[in-house]
Design a protein. Structure first.
Length: 560
């Protein structure tokens, strides 16, 4: 006997949990939510400072690895994706960045009608409870808690970074998710009450109290079931048994930018040659499935610190024990933050309208994944260009649903990306050499002052860049005239009935920032599209752009 539900959602991640909540909210519709992973009730997930652990644990993560890339000296980069309730919102760095308003104008210009900034802003607001209170840009009563983290004055390096940016001629912004993204200021995070505000905590726990939501965890989705060109259900494995679930209304893939194109291809929907090479029967030749893959790269630009004030002194077992105990008892202290409490968004050159370089500042010198820290004390910025022109792809090589897909990013494969990295390194070096850091800076750890010429910078970048873990855009929305568009502007798979994709794979182009916030927004908006509700009224708010952006790279004008 097979189960039947109105909607089947594949993937309980940053988008799937949002959909599970919104589609069951009225009580009118039955929803089945399928998830490969299990519970997120683990201290490494719930405690913000432990962010580096889950992404390296097989229990919580799909441990994908990309193909070797010539642009990074044929290195193989790790591409972890969440395999747990909450998906990648349970293993990410909790950084909350909506993106620049111009990103969504790009989406609309690329055929995603109705996805301009003023259209999307109401859904950002609906999702959020901003710790500083609601205003025309920020939400005050949504499920997702966002805050500034701890008081930046707890470490003088945070305000020093912001002051250094101002000294270098850049503006200061108090809210990069509001009127003005461009500039230096405090960074926001998905932390509420000292706990990670993932989509499980924000959306799923409430939805699970409803009788019309069924959660099946620790299941492996094999393919979408088709009746001609209509999606009618899903085939999945549970406890070694192959099962079938039928969808009376729609199947919705929210398996992420790797999982969703993989499932489409396993179901016979994708580039004909890819499907034939994998031995999968072609249901619908849709050439854009798995194409247009984009990601953010970053390097750690590290500086020795003269003063013993960095987090490098908190890495011993005793310090970790004290931090952990305070968090367990009170949900406060260094355990309640991701430590990225200052940031910046700048433009790489004159003639660029919106920021295309992002900085995460950290008062420590260590690897993001919790690996080797430098001896002594140091601080660093995670920095990289946010608008790469390189494009990659995801493709299956077998009809076996347990066989991971191939992933090739084609990192730094265009001349523009090479030039952008040179600008990034030189601008970063200038910022970190400002007088605000004089009491602290004791010379570069890396790249090292010997790295100066274009050729030296290129070589160092190729050897040291790492993924910022933002794969996206592999099932993009687009216009009817775009043969590579996988979805229409309502997230429906072109040429297939009753099948949608809702996750970061639907972005036409990657946003200027971390991806969790726009992914949740996409799911909030898609829920209204799926239910046939009218869209929330578009906003009409001003957005800051440097009046002389065509002629200058920076402006010291602070936020109004």
């Amino acid at each position: 006997m097979t189960a039947a539900h109105d909607y089947i959602i594949v993937g309980a991640g940053s988008a799937g949990c949002v959909l599970a909540n919104r589609l069951t909210e009225s009580g009118e519709h039955s929803v089945l939510l399928l998830e490969k992973g299990g519970s997120d009730r683990h201290i490494y997930i719930q405690m913000p400072t432990a962010l580096s652990y889950p992404m390296n644990m097989d229990k919580f993560t799909w441990q994908f690895h990309a193909e070797p890339d010539a642009g990074i000296d044929n290195r193989v980069l790790h591409c972890p994706r969440g395999k747990v309730l909450g998906g990648s919102s349970s293993i990410n760095g909790m950084v909350y960045v909506r993106g620049n308003a111009y990103d969504f104008e790009q989406w609309q210009n690329l055929g995603a009608k109705g996805w301009g900034y003023q259209d999307c802003l109401p859904y950002f607001k609906r999702a959020e409870t901003w710790a500083e209170g609601a205003n025309e840009y920020r939400g005050g009563s949504g499920p997702v808690g966002t805050c500034n983290g701890n008081d930046m004055t707890l470490n003088p390096l945070y305000p020093a970074f912001i002051e250094a940016g101002f000294q270098a001629g850049y503006p200061v912004t108090n809210d990069y998710n509001g009127y003005q993204q461009e500039g230096f200021g405090p960074m926001h995070m998905n932390v509420q009450g000292g706990v990670r505000a993932n989509t499980t905590n924000a959306y799923l726990l409430e939805a699970l109290r409803r009788d019309n939501l069924t959660l099946a965890s620790r299941v492996h989705t094999r393919r979408v079931l088709m009746d001609g060109r209509k999606a009618v259900g899903v085939e999945y494995e549970q406890d070694g048994e192959i099962k079938v679930a039928h969808a009376k209304r729609e199947v919705i893939l929210s398996a992420g930018s790797i999982g969703s194109p993989q499932l489409l291809q396993l179901s016979g929907i994708g580039p004909q040659q890819v499907l034939q090479d994998a031995g999968v029967e072609v249901v619908h030749d849709l050439p854009g499935v798995g194409e247009n893959l984009q990601d953010h790269l970053e390097v750690y630009f590290q500086i020795h610190c003269k003063q013993a004030i960095t987090l490098n002194s908190k890495l011993d077992l005793i310090s970790k024990g004290i931090i952990g105990t305070e968090w367990v008892l009170f949900k406060t202290g260094l355990g309640a933050t991701n430590h990225f409490e200052a940031c910046a968004f700048i433009r790489s050159k004159a003639g660029v309208k919106a920021p295309d370089i992002q900085y995460h500042f950290l008062p420590a010198a260590m690897r993001y994944d919790g690996g080797k820290a430098v001896d002594g004390h140091g601080f660093q910025v995670h920095v990289g260009p946010n608008k790469p022109t390189s494009r990659g792809r995801v493709w299956i090589t077998s009809g076996d649903p347990h066989q991971p897909p191939k992933i090739r990013f084609n990192y730094i494969s265009t001349e523009q990306d090479v030039k952008d990295w040179r600008s990034c390194i030189r601008l970063t070096r200038e910022i970190l050499s400002q007088p605000a850091f004089d009491p602290y800076s004791d010379g570069e750890i890396q790249p090292g002052e010997a790295i100066q010429t274009d050729e030296q910078i290129d070589a160092w970048v190729r050897q040291n860049v790492e993924s910022a873990y933002h794969p996206s855009c592999t099932c993009k929305m687009g216009a009817d005239s775009d043969v590579m568009a996988v979805l229409d502007a309502e997230c429906r798979v072109r040429g297939i009935d009753a099948l949608r994709v809702v996750d970061a794979s639907i972005f036409p182009v990657i946003t200027n920032g971390n991806l969790n916030a726009p992914t949740m927004m996409v799911a909030e908006k898609a829920a209204d599209l799926i239910l046939g509700n009218g869209a929330l009224p578009a906003e009409n708010v001003p957005v800051w752009v440097d009046e002389q952006w065509q002629d200058r790279q920076r402006s010291g004008e602070p936020q109004r």
